[in-house]
Design a protein around this ligand. Structure first.
Ligand SMILES: CC(C)(COP(=O)(O)OP(=O)(O)OC[C@H]1O[C@@H](n2cnc3c(N)ncnc32)[C@H](O)[C@@H]1OP(=O)(O)O)[C@@H](O)C(=O)NCCC(=O)NCCS
Length: 182
């Protein structure tokens, strides 16, 4: 399991590593917190319902998969960011998958989102399986769209009424990054 250490723009040391089954409880606590801090995810407070045991089993399966990844960003052993990438399960789609990323509000704009996605891109290039990364982002999530564009993702289209939050529909933007190997 590769560990990446980086110094953040605020001077703190960040560790990035793959999630382990023993992280399940802390990951669910992280998800509870982030769901209170943003309306830009596909779940709201209390809506991500999964037991610690199920989450641990899910992580175990990811660890033996060659086209799926869950990584954590940690500061002094506390989870401050999370990224998941789920590659397809059949031969025709295993080269492509969906990215999801989040960072605790207290740590926004410190470079953690950038570091998480950069780790994913390095993993994808070294494993030489993933050739396309897809994601959907709420169309008014300007900060996230800017982050993705900065890392080379391009807008591929609009999916209307993808989100229903607080009695309102929101569109999402389909974005993607093609990975060409040398
Ligand atoms: C989107 C998110 C993951 C970004 O993570 P982050 O660690 O804050 O991102 P970074 O610090 O690496 O930002 C990199 C660049 O993205 C852009 N960016 C990020 N957040 C921004 C914001 N709120 N407004 C404008 N630009 C922003 C900037 O260009 C930034 O570079 P800069 O700080 O040098 O100007 C984080 O804000 C988050 O978790 N938001 C809530 C959940 C969410 O929206 N997830 C994405 C769902 S698709």
């Amino acid at each position: 399991m590769k560990m990446k250490r980086v110094q953040l723009t605020n001077g703190q040391e960040l560790h990035i590593r793959e999630a382990k089954p023993e992280d399940a409880l802390a990951i669910l606590a992280y998800i509870d917190q982030i769901s209170e801090e943003t309306d830009y995810l596909t779940f709201g407070p209390g809506e991500f319902v999964i037991s610690v045991e199920e989450e641990a089993r899910f992580i175990e399966r990811l660890l033996v998969s060659d086209n799926k990844l869950m990584i954590l960003a940690l500061i002094e052993d506390m989870i401050v960011g999370h990224l998941s990438f789920m590659g397809g399960s059949r031969p025709r789609t295993r080269h492509t998958g969906e990215l999801g990323v989040s960072v605790l509000q207290e740590y926004w704009r410190c470079g953690i989102g950038t570091e998480l996605i950069t780790y994913l891109l390095a993993w994808a290039k070294s494993a030489r399986i993933i050739r396309k990364i897809n994601l959907r982002v709420r169309s008014d999530n300007v900060g996230a769209i800017r982050l993705y564009e900065k890392l080379g993702f391009v807008c591929e289209g609009t999916v209307t009424r993808e989100f229903y939050v607080g009695g309102e529909f929101y569109d999402s933007i389909q974005m993607g990054l093609e990975i060409d190997l040398p």
